[in-house]
Design a protein around this ligand. Sequence first.
Ligand SMILES: [Zn+2]
Length: 303
Amino acid sequence: MSEPADTPCARFGHTTVFFGDKSGKYPDGNQVIVTGADTRVAFDSPLVANRIGEPFDAADYIVQGHIHEDHITGWHRVRGIPVHVHDADLDAARSWEGLGRAYGLAPDRLPAMRAKIERQFFYEPRPDAIGFADGAQWDLGGGVRVHAVHMPGHTAGHCVLIVEPDGVAFIGDIDLTGFGPYYGDASSSLVDFRRTIARLPDLPASTWITSHHRGVYTERTRMLDALAAFAAKVDDRRERLLEMLREQARSLDELVRIRLIYPPGYEDVYIDDAESHSIRMHLDELVANGVAQKRDDGRYALR
Ligand SMILES: [Zn+2]
């Protein structure tokens, strides 16, 4: 495999990581390529896939950790090769209608979102994407294997992909960034994301590769520290939401306007919907725990 001179990369056994801009900070990402004795596999295809040439373009197939616009930007380069996607993200891979449902955008915002991702991320669907389930395995030859661990929350089908025998885990958008976990889609789940974070330390891995910004962790203690800080962002959001409700009872729409996840004034086509899904999940949790209640006028109040 040829390594492009102008893209930083690092090798971990049979796995090569090509780093996107700013270690793959969104909208870019980090491209993972795994090479066995007879097969080369790409995990996802972030924007950097469009800059590295042969290492990505000559992959035999793609295994997706999940489906989001910034992880499928290289599909247009390799239309003939198989794309494997967890069953719960399969509709999002196969059609724009499926992706739109997974995002859960308001119908009047869908055309603008499609135009944006076609322009910025080379978006096109893969009607022939192949589904897989938790525990799926791929044999790359020479004793190199990949297996999928279903770890939902970010999306319904989000998986960690583990390369054996090297103990390399591609943890995707459990990305350990300072932003914290993203669960702003209709297909996201805060409950599942909390469970996924709790399970991450138990994976059989000694190298952890993130899709965005953090890059690679090779020391378990550093990864665990980053994971704890990442998880704490969820509790920070919960506390801020409680503070907003302590001031006065508020409707979901009012809370979306105030903003919980993104800074006030930050605008993009999907932000209101992402705020709405995220806040609703926190409200559901507060109601389920008996901390808050939904009043007859639709506003949420502390109990
Ligand atoms: Zn994502």
